[in-house]
Design a protein around this ligand. Structure first.
Ligand SMILES: Nc1ncnc2c1ncn2[C@@H]1O[C@H](COP(=O)(O)OP(=O)(O)O)[C@@H](O)[C@H]1O
Ligand SMILES: [Mg+2]
Length: 295
């Protein structure tokens, strides 16, 4: 009895062992296949990462080349243009006939406009490639405001408008780049001057919280509608087609202005009502931009 039972038990055990072995073998094969799949996926992924890296490096090279090209082009354009403007000035000074003087003036005005556009393109390409450098130092905001206004006054007067400033007492000294800050103000002031006829332009500065200050350029000019505002900061997108050559633009002014404001650690906002005017608000940190730590 026990003998019979023993044989059956052994048979059962043998079958169980065999089943277990085949199950294990199946699992091993499955595992092997899975890890082979995984390995293949991994090397595909590595290949893709490599390709992406190559593409990125290529894009960076292209972008750098584009920036360099723009910088070179701007320089090559500026040199002859300065000669054109210079000779037109000489002609205007020496000429006797009214018509000749008038024509020479036209050349000067158009030439200066073109020069300003080229400078904008150069600044834009520099800012875009992160090559616009800041020279941070203590800055008296009211002084920068006065300097910018002095440059913009002829444009303001040409449209029979007036400009004045409001500075909150005790604004104090801030850390900024005076050249770039003036460029921001000048861009905003020239926009205000161009698009305000017989109106008022106000530049005001005040403290903003404990560590900020606000500069606003307010005009009572023709304003912009929603769709114009939406395109305002887009590069190479003039908000409206200008008939007047003096107003002809690349639509770069506000994109550069925003880039500079961001670099200075601030932000810029625009409010506008058609037929009533525009307010541009620039908020900046008193201590300048937070210095980026080297990674
Ligand atoms: N203060 C403003 N009032 C009315 N329109 C403005 C004002 N500022 C800008 N714009 C409009 O936005 C456009 C883009 O301005 P900007 O980027 O400075 O370029 P640009 O001055 O070179 O034309 C201007 O051409 C103008 O049509
Ligand atoms: Mg402008």
């Amino acid at each position: 009895m026990s003998g019979e039972g023993g044989i059956e038990d052994i048979e059962l055990l043998r079958r169980m062992l065999a089943r277990e072995r085949s199950a294990r073998e199946q699992a091993e094969t499955l595992l092997e296949n899975k890890s082979r799949d995984l390995y293949a996926a991994l090397s595909r992924l590595q290949g893709m990462v490599g390709e992406l890296d190559t593409a990125r490096r290529q894009a960076e090279r292209h972008s750098a080349a584009k920036g360099l090209f723009l910088a070179d082009l701007s320089h090559e354009l500026r040199t002859p243009l300065n000669a054109v403007i210079g000779y037109a000035e000489m002609i205007a000074e020496d000429a006797r006939g009214d018509q000749v003087i008038e024509d020479a003036r036209r050349i000067m005005v158009a030439g200066r406009g073109l020069l300003a556009l080229i400078n904008n393109v150069l600044d834009y390409s520099k800012a875009e490639s992160g090559k616009l450098e800041l020279a941070l130092q203590p800055v008296e905001v009211p002084a920068v405001m006065e300097e910018s206004i002095a440059i913009a006054v002829p444009m303001v007067m040409e449209n029979r408008s007036v400009v004045h400033t409001k500075v909150e007492p005790g604004l104090g000294t801030v850390t900024s780049d005076p050249v770039r800050l003036r460029q921001v103000l000048l861009n905003l002031l020239s926009n205000a001057a161009k698009h305000t006829m017989g109106g008022m332009i106000t530049v005001q500065a005040s403290r903003l919280g404990v560590d900020g200050y606000r500069i606003e350029v307010v005009d009572t000019g023709r304003g912009m509608d929603r769709s114009q505002l939406d395109r305002l900061f887009e590069p190479f997108q003039p908000v409206r087609r200008e008939e007047d050559l003096r107003f002809a633009s690349t639509g770069l002014g506000m994109s550069i202005t925003r880039q500079i404001v961001l670099m200075l650690g601030g932000r810029i906002a625009v409010q506008s009502v058609v037929g009533q005017g525009t307010t541009v608000t620039v908020d900046l940190p008193i201590d300048g931009p937070v210095q980026r730590r080297s990674a």
